[in-house]
Design a protein around this ligand. Sequence first.
Ligand code: M6R
Length: 610
Amino acid sequence: MCGIVGYVGRRPCRDILFDGLRKLEYRGYDSAGISVVQDGRFSLLHSVGNLDNLEGILDQIENGGTTGIAHTRWATHGRPSSENAHPHTDCSGRFAIVLNGIVENYVPLRAELQAEGHEFTSQTDAEVVAHLIERAYQGSLHEAVVEAYRQMEGHFTYCVIAVDEPDVIVGIRKETPLVVGLGDGENYLASAIPAFLSQTRSVIFPEDAEVVVITSEGAELFDLDGLPVRRDTQTVDWDDEAAEKAGYETFMLKEIHEQPTSLAETLAGRIAHDGSVVLEDLGLTPELIREIEQVVIVACGTSYHAGLLGKYALERWARLPVEVEVASEFRYREPVIGDDCLCIAISQSGETADTLAAMRLARQAGAGVLAVTNIVGSQATREADGVLFTRAGLEIGVAATKTFLTQELAMLLLALYLAEARGHLSPTEVRAFTDQLRTIPGLLRDYLEAGAAATVNEVASVYAPSRFFLCLGRNLGLPVALEGALKLKEISYIPTDAYAAGEMKHGPIALLEEGSPVLVVATDSFIYDKLMSNVQEVKARGARVIAVASQGNKGIEEIADDVLYVPKVHEMLSPLLSVVPLQLFAYYVAKNRGEKVDQPRNLAKTVTVE
Ligand code: M6R
């Protein structure tokens, strides 16, 4: 989730590019850089940390050149450092590139280029693009960009400038954003509209695999065969704030809709061609994996729910005994664990005080510690023996959405990886799951694009005045119910309880009265019939049932008052889809009650105190 901006025109562009980066700060940053073509060479600056650091050294390059590119980085490959900051250049120093996304086949490409004598100066996947263009260039930057694109796998957008073509920027996208801003005698390329909104409101949205060539005179689009492509110019009427939210009314809604992309990022490069799972940096050798006798997962809030889902997968696939505990409790226990225990700490921020304390306790007891986190360079990554990054991109809404889904996916990948390494699943069995995992981002995208938000809003608006909600689930549906309940509590402030459906008759069923709304996670599973008996029990007490069910399950309409359908997938993967209508339900209940969902009362995004 990096930010890109490029300018070509008649004005000196150093400060214009920097202003553009400032507007992309909300996308996250851990380093930044600028490159401007000037006097037949590039003036190049990199800095680590926030944009103030780049601003502090900005006058090291003259504000003279009129073509340039700039980038704020959100690290996915390679730690945040000056050499890993973009723009990257090739060996000859004639091409500079910025990239957003992931080049999945960068390892073989890099090896191939190195064998041909190309020298790399960073650990990033992005640098291969500069060298691919250097290798392909035969007098046309446009053609070199196409040639590089044909060799790259993954999802990415990149923009390139060349000292030999000083009045041109060429960009191309594949499943990540790229937008053209059309000015008067100047033009822009960016990953998001805010980068140039103060300069122009005329935009073009290129599609995947369309090459965009901008000069000060205009923008031209071509397909990969060089044939011109026509796209209409559109005018955006967003203000700055709306632009940061890409037109969504809140960051939370934007982040819910970003989940297909986030899931694709989490998967990128982690499923090999043979279907096996590839996880680097886990800090676990095959011997260590075989020696694990016990797993303890520690986390808080939403991350705890991802841990619960991880437990089901680790038990079922890797046949490991797993305990999941909220970190604030675990840290004050005297856990019976030793060096045959793997402690998995899940924390999107990697800075949650209780989770860090729980990690330290596990380590003192001799356990190996693996951090599952979204933030490169966070405290959890510094204290753990290994790291699994979730790659959700920066999450601004306090209520976690896309970070939850990516944590869940990371835990599924980890469970499959350990299951194969420990001999509990065969390569063929793992492949059957990874083949299905690959389809999840697309299924979720289709679901959201088909108008899921509006459908859920219709139902949520009916229940918004409720004074109480109950959420029920069984097996993998239980953590989903717990997460749905947490979302409702956090942003709508309506008292909500979540329970294992089979446990209802032992007490909570007494809460129900005529019309009490009960949300049930009822996607297809081996325990579906048992769950339906529980649903009959709550219906018999007058409850109104809102069910999340698998597409095609018509029978549930006879029992439930409202049904929110999600695409049907294997039950082990179903939480990746079934939680989304619950996120949307909580969102629209809160909106219908007039709550400010991005900043719920009493809550902070990162809890660094005990
Ligand atoms: O950064 P972490 O994942 O460690 O944060 C843990 C919780 O504070 C967090 O998940 C919280 O529950 C969310 N706001 C829930 O939406």
